[in-house]
Design a protein around this ligand. Structure first.
Ligand code: NI
Length: 179
């Protein structure tokens, strides 16, 4: 396993549409290694999730996990999940605004509106179909990570760029506020 280099805002790969994988491709050692390396890279950087374009691979692969994450101390735990070729559809019209950050946009946070419940259809790391509904922070993470596969970053989803905040100032002025 290896910790991969993360692409930062401005790298063109973050703006490309990622390519889907066939179940046969998913089962290759190359893709399995990519998934393992993405998990290790996400954990190394205390990310809640990571999408393949963020590690310079234009493929429709995302991983996420939240377990006592120091970047998101208030967040509920979410088990390690691998989604390939995910299709995400809102299961409600209701949106909630919450703070988001991104390993590709270091040291910044901003307020982003997201659907509170989404339906997900995808393949798992064995290439088997999975389908489920997610709510709350889990739904936020899924929308954030799957946006990366369309070349969309959280700043594109912000309704008011004036909430863009450096992490130190977030901790000082905004962390206590109710989202
Ligand atoms: Ni991100």
């Amino acid at each position: 396993m290896a910790i991969l280099k993360i692409a930062h805002l401005g790298h063109p790969i973050l703006r490309r549409q990622a390519m889907p994988l066939t179940p046969e491709e998913i089962r290759t050692p190359e893709v399995q290694r990519l998934v393992d390396d993405m998990i290790e890279t996400m954990r190394e950087h205390d990310g809640a999730g990571l999408a393949a374009p963020q590690v310079h691979e234009p493929l429709q692969v995302v991983v996420y996990e939240v377990a006592s994450n120091p970047r998101y101390p208030e967040a509920e735990d979410i088990p390690l999940t691998v989604l390939i070729n995910p299709v995400v559809t809102p299961a409600t019209e209701e949106k909630a605004v919450g703070w988001e950050g991104c390993l590709s946009i270091p040291e910044l946070r901003g307020k982003v509106p997201r659907y509170t419940t989404v339906r997900v259809e995808a393949l798992d790391r064995e290439g088997k179909p999975v389908a489920f509904e997610a709510t709350g922070f889990h739904a936020v993470v899924i929308q954030h990570e799957t946006d990366h596969l369309q070349g969309i970053l959280f700043v594109d989803r912000m309704e008011d760029l004036r909430t863009l905040t450096h992490l130190a100032e977030y901790e000082r002025y905004w962390a206590e506020e109710e989202a």
